[in-house]
Design a binder for this molecule. Structure first.
Ligand SMILES: [Zn+2]
Length: 352
């Protein structure tokens, strides 16, 4: 548990919106250097740790990018307007403390808006739109803000570090999908296999599954696993009639996502992941999701088709600064991935 907590904490606390994953990638490639035989970074910025073997080629993918914002312009008074990068619910963004990653270093700011005291009655009941919010870095005017290194294109992330909750549960800002990366790294440590393993930190998942697409094409694996977060239905606002999935009940294996418009997991992959879990005493949950999708969708449709499945750690409140998961689920997800890589040849081995 200690090791995976360390991975998750370091990775979630790192910063990197889509297309600007450098902060997370540096940490990931550092670990991949130790856990694999060689590390490569491709044109889009995906990082690949390659474990040489003489068996099947198995790809494990987890995206490195987190949702965030980008500076659009600075007004004359020094307030900064920004655009969301990735899927944000506007009410989550309000009043957050943020970090602007400028060429001169990190600059702290807060997301401000009109105070409730001066709102008209009809404004009070309404959600404030992101386009009506702004970042206040303490600048006195436009020139002052510019002198801090802020300009159109400056990436912005949330300022929120991982802390422990009760029962080995933790909360942080970027579990989607640094939890997947942590799961992948821990799985690499656990596995004993003669497969060739490609452990990939992908880029730009949150803005269109981009890195996984080129990476899967280039690596051309025989089979792939995506390490992700899944949405449990175990808190107020989530109804049992939709799903019975819970935190602490083990990693989720996706059956379909986006109502089948995303991934329909191939039956042999489902059998492989389920049997591997059952044979190794790892509890798991099946997920039928109506919204959202993952890198697996594009990996599946690469070249003439690649068998792929998703192992998702149940994570509450995703796409907020207070995502919550159970470290036990995360560790069990690693075990499942490690064991699945070990047994991949049995299910997908090339017939002589
Ligand atoms: Zn994700």
């Amino acid at each position: 548990m200690k090791q995976i907590r360390k991975y998750l904490t370091e990775l979630s606390n790192a910063h990197g919106i889509s297309g600007y994953e450098g902060g997370a990638r540096d940490i990931i490639s550092g670990y991949l250097e130790k856990l694999t035989d060689r590390v490569e970074i491709d044109v889009l910025g995906n990082v690949v740790g390659i474990k040489e073997g003489d068996g099947l080629k198995v790809m494990i993918a987890a995206h490195m990018d987190e949702i965030g914002f980008m500076v659009k312009h600075i007004d004359d008074s020094g307030f900064i307007r920004f655009t969301p990068i990735g899927g944000w619910f506007s009410q989550v963004v309000l009043s957050q403390r943020v970090i602007l990653h400028t060429g001169k270093g990190m600059v702290y700011g807060v997301v401000g808006s009109k105070p409730p005291h001066v709102m008209k009655e009809d404004e009070k009941g309404k959600a404030i739109k992101i386009e009506d919010m702004f970042i206040d870095v303490g600048a006195k005017n436009k020139e002052d803000a510019k002198s801090l290194g802020i300009e159109p294109g400056t990436p912005v992330t949330l300022d929120r570090e991982v802390v422990d909750l009760a029962n080995n549960r933790v909360t942080g800002k970027a579990f989607d999908d640094r939890a997947g990366v942590a799961m992948m790294l821990r799985a690499l440590e656990m596995m004993e296999t003669d497969a060739t393993v490609y452990a990939v930190g992908t880029v730009q998942e949150e803005v269109g599954l981009k890195g996984a697409r080129t990476s899967a094409f280039g690596l051309n694996p025989d089979v792939a696993i995506v390490a992700e977060v899944g949405i449990p239905a175990d808190h107020p606002g989530m109804e049992k009639k939709y799903s019975d999935t819970k935190l602490g009940e083990g990693p989720m294996i996706t059956v379909i996502d986006a109502g089948g418009r995303g991934l329909i997991t191939p039956r042999p992959v489902l059998e492989w992941l389920r049997k591997t879990a059952e044979e190794n005493g790892i509890k798991y949950q099946l997920e039928v999701a109506e919204g959202g999708t993952t890198d697996a969708t594009v990996i599946h449709l690469t070249r003439s088709g690649i068998p792929v499945g998703v192992v998702g750690v149940p994570t509450r409140y995703i796409h907020t600064p207070v995502e919550v998961l159970s470290l036990e689920d995360l560790l069990n997800g690693s075990k499942l991935i490690a064991k699945a890589v070990e047994s991949a040849d049995k299910y997908f081995g090339r017939k002589e």
